[in-house]
Design a protein around this ligand. Structure first.
Ligand SMILES: [Zn+2]
Length: 281
């Protein structure tokens, strides 16, 4: 009985908190006209933060292609080198990291994004949470001040709670969010201004992927095939290559993955990518 009452109180508290969080999010929401939509952006700088060299492609490939094609600068920051993503007993970390880098570059080529726009932070796969968070946040904060993006895309750190993520995803979500908050205040990392003349910067808009509460949809119907081609460049991350590395993907595997990719992105008669939007006006 006591337990039931306790749980009821907890549930009511959680619901109240959720309602308040929704009110706060709605109050901050900037009114968006049709021409403000991502599909119409041009001349903007957009930074994508990805825990591994493939999350960006799986979750945002269509949006990245759309933005690049429309004359926006797309920068991609990869937290880890993906050096543990293999079940092949003959694979080494060094070789895996080199393969993952080449796959990400090939995927970028499919999307029309130059490999020079890739920024590799180079942390070990699976160990992002065990690195110095203060230093890591500073690295990301510095990049935000340097490139001054009109918007960023990252893993959803959760609207009002810290949701479960795979390790690296959890850390990348928190660090990106913490870094863009710290970017506004020069006293967080004063050496950025003193040593490199990097002024504070307020990121006006963020979109989060792997979200449990997406509220923003980007129409990628024209780019779904580009997205599939880019995502499947990560050959090492799909069987049979995951188990025994081979650089080539069979046509059968490609068609199988294409079918899954298309069905996941399907929404009515369109293909979409979904994000949670956060305004920071
Ligand atoms: Zn990942």
């Amino acid at each position: 009985m006591r337990k039931t009452l306790c749980m009821t109180i907890m549930l009511l508290s959680a619901l109240t908190l959720a309602a308040h969080a929704e009110d706060a999010a709605a109050a901050k929401r900037v009114k968006e006209t049709d021409k403000d939509r991502i599909e119409h952006w041009t001349g903007k700088t957009v930074m994508f933060f990805s825990p591994h060299p493939d999350d960006d492609m799986f979750m945002c490939g269509g949006t990245m292609k759309l933005l690049a094609k429309n004359g926006n600068t797309v920068m991609i920051v990869i937290y880890t080198n993906g050096d543990k993503g293999s079940l092949d007993l003959e694979m080494t970390r060094e070789r895996m990291a080199a393969i993952r880098r080449a796959e990400e570059e090939a995927a970028c080529q499919e999307l029309g994004i130059p490999k020079e726009n890739l920024i590799w932070l180079g942390y070990e796969d699976g160990n992002l949470e065990y690195t110095d968070p203060l230093r890591l946040r500073g690295e990301v904060c510095r990049l935000i001040k340097k490139y001054r993006p009109d918007s960023i895309f990252s893993v959803d750190p959760g609207a009002d709670f810290e949701r479960w993520h795979k390790t690296d995803h959890r850390m990348a979500a928190r660090v990106t969010k913490d870094a863009f908050i710290a970017s506004e205040f020069h006293l967080y990392y004063p050496q950025h201004l003193l040593d490199e003349s990097l002024k504070p910067y307020r990121v006006p808009l963020a979109f989060y992927y792997y979200s449990t509460s997406p509220d923003y949809t980007v129409d990628i119907t024209s780019f779904i095939e580009d997205k599939v081609k880019a995502a499947t460049k990560n050959v090492s991350q799909f069987p049979p290559s995951l188990n025994k590395y081979t650089p080539e993907m069979s046509e059968g595997t490609f068609q199988f993955l294409r079918k899954i990719g298309l069905s996941q992105a399907r929404s009515g008669d369109k293909y979409v990518e979904k994000f949670r939007r956060e305004d920071n006006p």
